[in-house]
Design a protein around this ligand. Structure first.
Ligand code: 3H9
Length: 715
């Protein structure tokens, strides 16, 4: 064995423990250790069978994802799991896999090579490889249908969602659930089966079905994958691999799986999704707020403002089991807010997302209030009142008076200066931005805005809390629009410019949806309400530099009362069910306005539409990075994936730029600069990286290695 896999004996049963913290990934050394342990067990005449169990908090979370990057950059792959799994399956003595925590990916493949599987009821099993842009590569697509049947195997491999141990037991994937001590239960089970013939998963075929029965399963699964995982290649490859299991003998099926796995592994999609996997964990790491930073317990919170955002935020806390006071200024506003919350929950019950009992419990956690009286007890307040500095300041002054020392005072502002808001209190160290995205109870992103004086405890608490709330928290600096909306400005500006230059509204949206975005920029504007941006632009107009081209079409549409979906007219027109259709009136209006402004009309390709919009994001992102308002390029990527519908398989705007090549991106931005002037001035960081032949990913690595992070708030 080695230090990653241990073997011990419990009387006549060998206990093989995998010990590779934190999640027992099958890193180099682990497969070798298991192989040696199986040999030792078979060679020991005093032993009848073996239990394989994970040390620490989980069974096995899968192959070591870090190894994939090495494989695709040309390093010789170390260890191939398939022979190990055959070796286990061919063991002369039975092997029982004992699962707690997770058996994911290679972990489940390992478990299926055992002759039996037992599990704690809280365990989860799954083949989540598609989330990394790959498919199971160690026989998962071949053994799983033999245990759970074709339909379930296709679903698990193509959708990548985990299955609870209870469900897995019902499916035949787990042979026994063990309440209480897992090892003791596994040992007892092993002694029951030790003298019986050991079944080999790969030799089973009774659940593989018939061609006539399977064909509609595969075709329905492909339809679902094309719709629900639009643009992703791995789910379709996973379906092909399971289909191979139904058509080919086991060994040939494994070969087919291997080919599909390798093709996926070397794809840009997989590289991007692996970047996202590690990125989601990286954003939690704040260089000057180490893991050991003390945190404040948040057991009771308040939300000020019961509008759409405030109500959504109250739901988020209640769903996490945290009692919440919801305050508004008068009975009518509060009653409206509460009724919207109830409606929201009712529709969750209707859609089967929550049970009525769950909803009743959550609703009991939300207490509507009209005064600050009970605020002296809360650990955190999130202010979500109308977006105006004077109002926010007065709310924060009230909170300063009403809350006990140590209460976190958070603002959900999406545009205003956190430092200015914090100046209205006597405790700016307790003030921070928590920028939720609409709908707050659905969107995963939480931008945590660090004020100049926000304390490390407050930052650490909000970062940790975001996980508890089911959000992904990303720390950003205090600049106008923070990170996400600051970049969204140039992106939507370009979308408008393109229309003013002759592109059709639908063509712009279509190009970006085909690129992979969840929605086009103009349809997004209509959904959010065009008047929101219009009002903000009017407020900031005095800051605009004269002589710089500004888009005008959206403001003019607003002047005509076309605010988007809410007025059933915006960039598109909408029927009473809010179904969009192109509006020739908009085309005619924009053509007229463009002619009056002397803007030449031309044919614009989908490729140019994508480059103009996406490179506008990249250029602004590079500025934000250099100014220190985002800690790393990957933080920007995670913001765009979770708050703005950017396609995960492209890894985020900065990763996408790396994939295209920064020289190419920079070159194109220089051309746009020549054609469109100052707004396209290339970001100095982008220029430097492009000229040095580097990437944003390399920039991130250098920053971490050199520990040169500036606190994200230096300006
Ligand atoms: C696969 O198996 C392919 C096969 O078919 C074989 C092909 C040949 N590798 O998530 P956490 C790290 S593909 C390397 O914060 P949690 C993670 O980066 C794999 N590292 O914990 C983090 O590091 P750090 C299929 C891994 O308790 C730390 O462990 N499997 C791996 O919230 C803690 O992770 C998957 O896709 C890994 N496989 O959640 C499962 N997994 O502390 C991926 C984790 O430095 N993993 N790390 O930031 C998970 O879903 C979650 O980690 C899990 C625990 C639910 C297990």
């Amino acid at each position: 064995m080695n230090n990653l896999v241990r073997i011990s004996r419990d009387d006549d049963v060998a206990v093989i423990t995998i010990d590779n913290p934190p999640v027992n990934a099958l890193s180099p050394g682990v497969p070798e250790g298991i192989w040696a342990a199986i040999d030792e067990m078979n060679g020991d005449p005093a032993v009848k069978a073996a239990v394989v169990i994970g040390g620490g908090r989980t069974f096995v979370a899968g192959a070591d994802i870090k190894e994939f990057g090495k494989m695709t950059s040309g390093e010789k792959p170390r260890g191939n799991l398939l022979p190990l799994l055959l070796h286990i399956e061919d063991s002369a003595k039975p092997v029982v896999m004992a699962i707690h925590g997770a058996a994911f990916g290679g972990g489940l493949e390992l478990a299926m090579a055992g002759h039996y599987r037992v599990a704690s009821p809280t365990a989860q099993v799954g083949q989540p490889e598609v989330n990394l842009g790959i498919i199971p590569g160690a026989g998962g697509t071949q053994r799983l249908p033999r245990l759970v049947g074709v339909a379930k195997a296709v679903e698990m491999c193509a959708e990548g969602k985990p299955v609870s141990a209870r469900n897995a037991a019902a499916l035949g994937l787990i042979d026994r659930l063990i309440e209480g001590d897992l090892l003791a239960g596994a040992l007892a089970f092993t002694r029951e089966i030790a003298d019986k013939p050991a079944p080999k998963t790969r030799e089973r075929s009774e659940k593989l079905g018939t061609t006539a029965g399977n064909t509609p399963i595969f075709s329905a699964a492909r339809d679902v994958a094309r719709k629900k995982q639009r643009g992703l290649k791995a789910p379709l490859a996973a379906i092909d691999a399971v289909e191979a299991a139904t058509r080919l003998p086991f060994e040939e099926g494994c070969e087919a799986e291997r080919e599909l796995f390798t093709e996926c592994l070397f794809s840009d999609q997989s590289k991007a999704l692996i970047h996202v996997f590690f990125g989601e964990r990286e954003v939690a790491k704040i260089p000057d707020v180490p893991k050991e930073t003390p945190v404040i317990s948040v057991n009771h919170v308040a939300v000020v403002g019961s509008g759409t955002m405030g109500g959504g935020i109250a739901i988020v806390f209640a769903n996490a089991g945290i009692p919440v006071l919801l305050k508004d200024v008068d009975e009518a506003a509060l009653a409206l807010g509460m009724s919207k919350i109830k409606k929201n929950y009712a529709s969750s019950v209707q859609r089967g997302r929550f049970s009525q009992t769950f909803v009743d419990e959550r609703l009991r956690l939300i207490a509507p209030v009209l005064t600050y009286d009970a605020f002296s007890d809360v650990d955190m307040v999130v202010e979500a009142v109308f977006e105006g500095m004077a109002l926010k300041k007065s709310v924060f002054a009230d909170l300063d008076r009403a809350c006990k020392p140590g209460t976190i005072l958070a603002s959900n502002t999406s545009t205003l200066n956190i430092d200015e808001i914090s100046a209205a209190t006597s405790r700016p160290e307790a003030v921070i931005g928590t920028h939720f995205f609409s709908p707050a109870n659905v969107m995963r992103l939480l931008e945590i805005v660090r004020g100049k004086k926000s304390s490390k405890e407050v930052i650490a608490t909000c970062m940790q809390l975001s996980k508890k709330l089911g959000k992904i928290g990303v720390l950003v600096g205090n600049c106008r629009g923070f990170v996400g909306n600051r970049m969204f400005g140039p992106y939507r500006r370009e979308a408008q410019f393109l229309i003013e230059e002759g592109a059709e509204v639908e063509a712009v949206d279509r190009a970006l949806v085909e690129f992979g975005n969840a929605m086009g920029p103009l349809a997004t504007g209509d959904l959010a309400g065009l008047d929101v941006g219009w009002r903000i632009r009017k407020e900031y107009r005095h800051l605009e530099k004269p002589g710089i081209r500004q888009p005008f079409a959206e403001d003019r549409l607003c002047e005509l009362g076309r605010y988007g979906q809410k007025t059933l007219k915006g960039w598109y027109r909408y029927d009473e069910n809010r179904r969009a259709s192109a509006d020739p009136e908009v085309t005619a209006l924009v053509r007229r306005w463009s002619a009056e402004a002397g803007i030449a009309q031309r044919q614009i390709s989908a490729a140019e539409i994508v480059e103009r919009c996406i490179y506008a994001l990249v250029n602004e992102g590079a500025r934000i990075l250099e100014e220190g308002y985002a800690l790393r390029a990957v933080d920007i990527d995670i913001i765009y994936l979770n708050g703005y519908g950017f396609p995960a398989y492209r890894g985020g705007p900065m990763w996408h730029a790396d994939t295209v090549g920064l020289q190419k991106v920079y070159q194109r931005i220089c051309e746009f600069h020549q054609q469109h002037g100052e707004i396209w001035t290339p970001a100095p960081l982008l220029q430097r990286l492009a000229e040095a032949g580097k990437t944003f990913a390399a920039f991130d690595k250098e920053q971490v290695a050199a520990e040169v992070f500036e606190p994200a708030n230096r300006a």
